[in-house]
Design a protein around this ligand. Sequence first.
Ligand code: ZN
Length: 212
Amino acid sequence: MTALPHRPTAATSAAAQDLNRWRVERHPRIDLGAAEAAAADLLSALGVDLTHESTAATPGRMARALADLLTPRDFDMTTFPNDEGYDELVLVQDIPVQSLCEHHVLPFVGVAHVGYLPGDRILGLSKLARTVEHHARGVQTQERLTQRIAEHLRTALGAQGVGVVVEAEHTCMSLRGARVPGSRTVTSALLGRLREDAASRAEFLALTRSGR
Ligand code: ZN
């Protein structure tokens, strides 16, 4: 999945151009038949009995469930001109995050806090959550996910600053291995003024810590 995370739609009308709509698409190549056969091999190799009536269809269900978690949902990244010249922090907290760690292919689950300092464009607030959800679908590290969300927003918005904090529990750590249920991994990506300007940075980090 090395394709650009977003690309502008061919402008079909002046209105679409004015709204600065970005069609956000990222489609992995998935071969469901091959995935189902491989899931059957994997489960059999791990000693799971697939001859039982209730498990016979498990490889297919496993393949489809994983394919679903790996397929980002497309959406329109609609932005609006910042006519009022709003230049304070816009922050949405506690956006749900569900993704798969690339080391164990087990879920990590938590929340993201996403903020930006507007430039010429502002974004519909629900699109911050859509951006998080879009990038969360896939197999990756929490660090890379955090960075991708931040870079996508900076590119799409031309924002003066972007900040993303992700807090998640990794089931590869809580269900096995170290077995530390409830422990959260916190990652952050700060770009532009939210990185360089000490006061903006402090404000963003204080606000994202307030719920803890
Ligand atoms: Zn892991």
